[in-house]
Design a binder for this molecule. Structure first.
Ligand SMILES: [Zn+2]
Length: 245
């Protein structure tokens, strides 16, 4: 069966002399591993289209036990990522998260849109890396069934307080008078989290925060991400090492 789909290369491995085995986040078939035969030969048309973080239009042959890329035409190659170790490291964390959380062999349109937009802003440098990373973490968790509950205190329902507490294990808020359980978060940071989780995707990158609040948002989002996924992310450790945090 031939599948015509848009796809982002989220991992690449060289196989043999000229072949490449890539992991793709595709619009129509979710995360798949596909062979690009002869992709590393200089004559190959699929050479650039199957490089890491290249977004391409592809024709993929799907048989019972494997996928083979027949044709690939690059749409966007995210060149700006290549020369910056910090950006590459963050992009690799996005890739690992997609491999863990995005569906396999079924439509993953929303995951692809989220990841492409994050790579776009990361490549252009028009948003702080911490902002992009928090958006990615909170939105991918929401897509995969771990949406936090940010309407108000889980016990008394109070929507606002001078200080709220966020439980990264339950994904719930708690106010001071109900026991102050979880991480203390400032009102501005809570607003940003609500904006990220509940706003229309088209607007999700359009908010501003002070550096201090952004750092807090980033810390809480990362802890929530790790608590919910309950896995080690080597790419995240590497990113934090590169950033020096
Ligand atoms: Zn309460």
């Amino acid at each position: 069966m031939l599948i015509q789909t848009k796809a982002l290369v989220i991992k690449e491995n060289n196989v043999g002399e000229v072949d490449r085995l890539v992991t793709l986040l595709t619009e129509k078939a979710g995360v798949i591993r596909a062979f690009a035969r002869g992709a590393r030969s200089s004559k190959s048309k699929t050479l650039s289209a199957t490089r890491l973080f290249c977004y391409s239009s592809m024709t993929v042959w799907a048989s019972a036990d494997k996928y083979v890329i027949r044709e690939a035409e690059p749409i966007e190659v995210f060149f700006e990522l290549r020369d910056n170790i910090e950006k590459i490291a963050l992009a690799q964390f996005f890739s690992q998260a997609c491999m863990e959380l995005a569906p396999q062999e079924e439509s993953a349109d929303d995951y692809l849109k989220l990841t492409l937009n994050c790579l776009h802003f990361l490549a252009k440098g028009t948003r702080a890396a911490e902002q992009i990373k928090s958006i990615f973490e909170l939105r991918i968790l929401s897509l995969s069934g771990y949406m936090p509950s940010l309407e108000g205190c889980a016990k008394c329902g109070k929507p606002e307080a001078d200080v709220m507490y966020f439980n990264t294990l339950s994904g719930e808020l708690c106010c001071e008078s109900c026991g102050a359980q979880g991480e203390r978060i400032a009102p501005g940071v809570l607003s940003a989290m609500r904006y990220i989780v509940y706003s229309n995707f088209k607007k999700v990158f359009s908010f501003n925060l002070s550096d201090e609040s952004l750092a807090e948002l980033s810390r809480v989002s990362e802890r929530f991400f790790l608590a919910q996924t309950a896995r080690d992310y080597t790419t995240l450790d590497f990113y934090n090492t590169v950033r020096g945090t």
